[in-house]
Design a protein around this ligand. Structure first.
Ligand code: ADP
Length: 338
């Protein structure tokens, strides 16, 4: 377990600045997810923390120790990558053993740790197999096992599930959450997938173009995004955000409101003429338990509403949409929440 403190971190690759004045505190035992679109600096932040990249300026502390210039091996971290990078000619046991052997651990210690990691990851029956004889999920578990046997203070995961199919990703997500509870370790996890972030994180760090946009619990980011960027990034389908126009009626807005937003699941679908705008259903996607209505207002603004699977609204029908007071988001011209 470990506390991490990042202060004023900047990172340049040549002339390109990848991180801008990053400040972040991570608590002991926290599961923190760095999320954001491709190229926003997530991997750079993780790699700088791991010591795989140097920082251009700023300070990194792990448990109050300044590790800003420390070598990766001296930081007591273990990293799990997207590509598992297992040694194909070695068995599962040998793959997990390799790092410990190189670092001169006793055979008893090594064996004990492998047994424990195999138990936690349910790999006991596969220890003598080679990676080629394992499924994708099992290979990913071996890669995690290699990190566990190091008994690190901090686990770093760089998009570890992106090579797996959708079903396995969900399963591994649950396994990782279980692992976090069991090990009680500080874990930092990088993904571009906001669903992974929402489901796994104690704390989400949203990055945008090299800057921290917002830090908060999944529910804080969902309910009180501090910018249009976070509002549209967190939640699926994304929040409806648009400039208020002539199709709206009876909606009281702040004078500086340049954009308004409402999540698809918070829109109320009423009779036409009721609520804040009329809109016509263009497409209806029935997903079983729920349906998505793709609508267009009289001024051509596209809106998505999520309704119950029992909802009987038909394509071509014009309905009224209401944004409940406490579900209305407003943003200024710079995209900041009002
Ligand atoms: P993410 O992980 O969020 O996709 P990265 O941290 O990989 O983003 O990249 C952040 C920015 O830094 C991008 O603009 C990327 O092109 C740039 N970058 C990353 N690695 C290097 C490198 N080794 N050399 C030059 N630029 C890099």
């Amino acid at each position: 377990m470990a506390r991490i403190k990042i202060q004023g971190l900047n990172k340049f690759y040549g002339d390109t600045q990848a991180l801008f004045d990053v400040n972040l505190d991570i608590k002991d035992g926290e599961f923190v997810v760095f999320v954001g679109p491709s190229g926003c600096g997530k991997s750079t932040l993780l790699r700088t923390l791991a010591g795989l990249e140097g920082s251009s300026s700023g300070r990194i502390e792990i448990d109050d120790r300044d590790v800003t210039t420390a070598e990766p091996v001296d930081r007591d971290l273990a990293m799990v990558f997207q590509s598992y990078a297992l040694y194909p000619h070695m068995t599962v046991r040998e793959n997990m053993d390799f790092g410990m052997k190189v670092n001169g651990f006793s055979p008893e210690k090594r064996s004990e740790r492998i047994t424990e990691a195999a138990r936690i990851l349910q790999l006991e029956d596969y220890l003598e197999r080679k990676p080629g004889q394992l499924s994708g999920g099992q290979r990913q578990r071996v890669a995690i096992g290699r990190a566990i046997v190091k008994n690190p203070k901090v686990f770093l995961f760089d998009e570890p599930l992106s090579n797996l199919d959708a079903k396995l990703r969900v399963q591994m997500r649950v396994e990782l959450e279980g692992l976090h509870k069991q090990l009680d370790a500080t874990m930092i996890y990088v993904t571009h997938d906001q669903v992974e972030a929402m489901t796994m994180a104690d704390k989400i760090v949203v990055l945008n173009a090299g800057r921290i946009e917002q830090v908060g619990t999944p529910m804080e980011l969902y309910h009180t995004p501090n910018s249009r960027f976070v509002a549209e990034f967190i939640g699926s389908p994304a929040m409806n955000v648009f400039a208020p126009d002539a199709s709206l009626r009876d909606l009281t807005l702040a004078p500086e409101a340049a954009f308004i937003g409402c999540r698809p699941e918070h829109l109320e679908v009423l009779q036409s003429g009721a609520g804040h705008a009329d809109a016509t259903v263009k497409v209806k996607e029935q997903l079983g338990g729920e349906s998505l209505l793709y609508l267009a207002t009289e001024t051509g603004q596209d809106i998505v509403a999520r309704v119950s699977g029992e909802d009987e609204t038909k394509v071509g029908e014009t309905v009224g949409l209401r944004i409940p007071d406490n579900r209305l988001h407003q943003f200024n011209a710079a995209g900041r929440a009002i």
